[in-house]
Design a protein around this ligand. Sequence first.
Ligand code: C2O
Ligand code: CU
Ligand code: CU
Length: 432
Amino acid sequence: TETNGAKHFELEATAGETVFKPGRATATWGFNGSHLGPTIRARRGDDLRFTIRNHLDETTSVHWHGAHLPPEADGGPHQAIEPHGTWEPEWTVDQPATMLWYHPHPHGNTARHVYRGLAGLILIDDDAGDGLNLPREYGVDDVPLIVQDKNFDGDGQLEENDTFMSAVGIVGKEILVNGTYGPYFEASTRKLRLRILNGSNSRLYNFAFSDLREFSVIGSDGGLLAEPHRTDRIILSPAERTDIVVDLEPGETIQLQSLPVDIDFGFVYNRSHGMDDHLDVLEIRAADELSDSPDLPGSLTEIESLSAAAATAERSFRLSGMSTINGESMDMNRIDFGARVDTVEQWTVRNGNEFTHNFHVHDVQFQVASIDGEAPPPPLAGWKDTVLLVPGRDYRLLMRFSQYTDPDFPYMYHCHILKHEDSGMMGQFVVL
Ligand code: C2O
Ligand code: CU
Ligand code: CU
């Protein structure tokens, strides 16, 4: 609803049942329904207000992943919503068009809450994006995909124990897209835009089409890339998003798949973390007649490139084991540092072991300036809020915090393998 120029959304976290496989009801959680949550659509400049009610019998929270907002609205572990409690955050959207997502972030329990089904999307539009003539009819030629993996037990219930030999928690064998088992999409246009979220707790995906056709990557976590990038595959770690456009032929059926992930984590972890898996994700059935789509523009947006030379603070972060950053685990009462508003910071982040880790920072979209001194590949050259850390490499990230300062209320940075986040691979900073 819209009141006094503010857009008001209500989210009700509830327990319920969902039928994934015919004839079986699975206990799940969702927002405004039994599984997942509504897509929130907003424009740059909108004032957003939320009323979030927790009907579960345990404490949760709702974090707006990738959003630039004041710390009190961020929804991290300090904004717990008690059972039967209500939380009413608000902020003004001030970031480029992109797809963000929301999910719980309760201290130590994020993995279970997300896995049970608490997650949803936020689509942000802006004038620059509208002017581009990209596919943008929601559910027709602009289709968001929440990709998640689950394990079901013999009774059709979600298997919540860590996968055997796993150092990353649950690795699911069954893939759901937008909460649907065995999903397909009936396409009616020549160009199909897919905005993909890796909404899984720990699995990496290497997305590609069944015939290895090329597609165009047009956006990353925080907005459009400067120009479309042609490739035939793209890896996403948990919480990362990509925005791609694929060309279809009338009458054809193709599969969006996940290929084995070509990163060597060692034999044991490649296998137990699903890196060797070849999975079907979504069947795409093109109609016998497809309506024409405009050509993609040669250039999409201008990205101001942050300069390492201008960085006034340098910090380094080493993720190791399953629960520490720089040798320390998350402590709700410890603020790790203060970042200065409106200055460029350079963070060097390194995965210190062979487990899967990635790195996510709240409030800001950063740039990957280099990976082991080399320029990042094009899909990582735009705005990012989460980046996969290939073991043993130095990722140099540049970022600038703006607008919201608070000496006491922290934002988080952490590994987005939810088991690791819950085990303490997380720290807190304030913006001063
Ligand atoms: Cu998507 Cu702090 O998380
Ligand atoms: Cu986040
Ligand atoms: Cu990790």
